[in-house]
Ligand binder design. Structure first.
Ligand code: OOG
Ligand code: MG
Length: 254
């Protein structure tokens, strides 16, 4: 029998110590439910250390991301307070293995979500929309993984920062999104690359949360998934995510 706790400990230690480990799938044949069980145990270790869950993220919600990583299913993971950085703050690269940044849209939940929501009523459940940077940092060597590997690894979640919250009537359909490093646009995309409509990401996050007993409540943050491929970060860089109409948000890699 597979020892999920051992696998969870391996991944949690890899994240904590910033030392990569071999893909679990090289030695274990986990199915997707088992991979989520490993994720849950590994995040529980963070909660025991005092970290708080502050929201959820979706991954592989755009073709650009799926193609970059060779993985073809939507995935979800947990975000904790320790992963959150202030806008314009320093990101200490030594805390990460091989971090990459991607431009994202963040939603802030306004009330507990107790039933599935849809595109017609999503706005009742949020009170803010913002541009965000997600820093992903696979705990696997060479940033290579199967779908089950990445799910067990909390979908590579490592850090994020959120720009100023904007009113919920701010347009996010078909807006330009970009990642800019040291003044050079290194990735550019469109918000509708996220499931055809970024609000779909919120609908799916709510559904997945309900299915998995992760109650979304006021103040929780949802990261919708990147519209563009992610880019490796290096010490000394300033990375900025820009989304038309939402403003920008940045981190200094140090
Ligand atoms: C997995 C996380 C994917 C996104 O926005 O699609 C993700 C990875 O690419 O390592 O965060
Ligand atoms: Mg992401």
């Amino acid at each position: 029998m597979t020892n999920y706790s051992r696998l969870a400990e391996t991944l949690d230690n890899a994240a904590h110590q910033a030392i990569p480990v071999p893909q679990l799938s090289l030695s274990h044949s986990l199915n997707i439910e088992e991979a989520y069980a490993v994720q849950s145990i590994s995040i529980a270790r963070r909660y025991i250390r005092g970290e708080q869950r502050v929201g959820l993220k979706l991954g592989f919600t755009s073709k650009a991301k799926m193609e970059q990583m060779g993985v073809h299913d939507m995935i979800w993971g947990r975000l904790t307070d320790q992963m959150q950085y202030e806008n314009e703050s320093k990101l200490p690269i030594k805390n990460f293995i091989h971090p990459r940044a991607e431009p994202e849209i963040a939603f802030r939940v306004s009330q507990t979500i107790t039933q599935p929501i849809d595109l017609d009523n999503v706005l009742q459940y949020i009170d803010g929309i913002a541009v965000a940077i997600e820093v992903i940092d696979s705990r696997y060597k060479n940033f290579k993984f199967s779908l089950e590997d990445v799910v067990a690894d909390n979908c590579s979640s490592a850090a994020f920062t959120i720009g100023e919250w904007q009113p919920i009537d701010t347009n996010i359909r078909g807006i330009a999104m970009a990642l800019v490093i040291d003044g050079v646009t290194v990735q550019a995309g469109n918000s509708d690359a996220i499931l055809g409509n970024p609000f779909e990401s919120l609908v799916n996050a709510a559904r997945l949360a309900l299915q998995n007993g992760e109650i979304l409540k006021a103040g929780d943050v949802i990261l919708a998934g990147a519209a563009t491929p992610a880019v490796y970060l290096k010490e000394g860089q300033t990375v900025v995510a820009v989304a038309e109409g939402l403003g920008e948000v940045s981190l200094k890699v140090c």
